[in-house]
Structure formats: structure tokens, C-alpha cells
Design a protein. Structure first.
Length: 137
């Protein structure tokens, strides 16, 4: 089993109660996109295989952990279209988070950021991999 590489100065502590683990085609590319869109910070990664895939990549976003991995069809984990799930970011400044994320190429607005009937600002975007994200505050 390859050893997980931890970023210098990091402990890669798993944060949060429920942790999303996204399997997608292009985990390293997704991490770079999530850094630009959500201010993600990479804290650990398993080495890449000869096809440029990783079995584990750990990010911090908004104080919590998000795990990513590539699809490995030869091991029973083919790339699949994301299910009907929304990853929700509850933030102090939804306008700033929205502005940053919607400027990243490949994101599509599904529900514009607006004050909802329950009183919070809320909007939804879809990332280039097909995952839906809500930004609220």
C-alpha cells in the first residue's frame, strides 16, 4: 500500500462529523479547481499511479475535511455520474464565497444566490465534475 504524503507543516487531521468522499475522474484536477473556487487547502495525498490517478487526496474547505479519489474501474470502482447530493458550505460571507466560486471556469449557476424564505442567503452551483454545491449563510 502506498504511503500517504502529508503536506509540510500539516497533520492531515480528519475534521467534521460527516465527511464527503468524492470519487471522480481527475481527483488532482478537482483539488486544483476546489482550491480556486472554495479556498481549499490540500493536506495529504497518496502517490499517483502510472495513469496519474490517486486513491486518496485530503482537502480542508471551510474548516472541514473533503476527501477525493480517482475512479479505478479495474478494481470495481468505475467512474459514475454523481448522485442527487448537494454539498453545502455554511459560511460567514456567502457573497464573497459565491463571487469566488462562480468565477471559476466550468461552474454553472443552478440557483442564484438570494435571500430565501427561511431568511438565509442561499444559492447552488454545479462543478465541472457534476457535483452540486450550495453556498449559504
Amino acid at each position: 500500500m502506498p504511503e500517504i504524503e502529508v503536506a509540510p507543516g500539516e497533520t492531515a487531521e480528519v475534521r467534521g462529523g460527516i465527511i464527503a468522499y468524492l470519487e471522480l475522474d481527475g481527483a488532482v484536477r478537482a483539488a486544483e479547481i476546489f482550491k480556486r473556487a472554495f479556498g481549499a487547502r490540500e493536506v495529504a495525498r497518496a502517490p499517483l499511479d502510472d495513469k496519474g490517478r490517486t486513491m486518496h487526496l485530503h482537502l480542508y474547505i471551510n474548516g472541514g475535511s473533503l476527501m477525493l479519489c480517482d475512479a479505478f474501474p479495474e478494481h470495481g470502482h468505475p467512474a459514475e455520474k454523481p448522485a442527487a447530493v448537494t454539498l453545502t458550505l455554511k459560511v460567514d460571507d456567502p457573497e464573497a464565497w459565491w463571487e469566488r466560486a462562480t468565477k471559476v471556469e466550468g461552474f454553472e449557476i443552478e440557483v442564484p444566490l438570494q435571500v430565501m424564505f427561511w431568511g438565509d442567503k442561499y444559492g447552488q452551483i454545479r462543478d465541472p465534475f457534476g457535483f452540486r454545491w450550495a453556498i449559504t449563510g
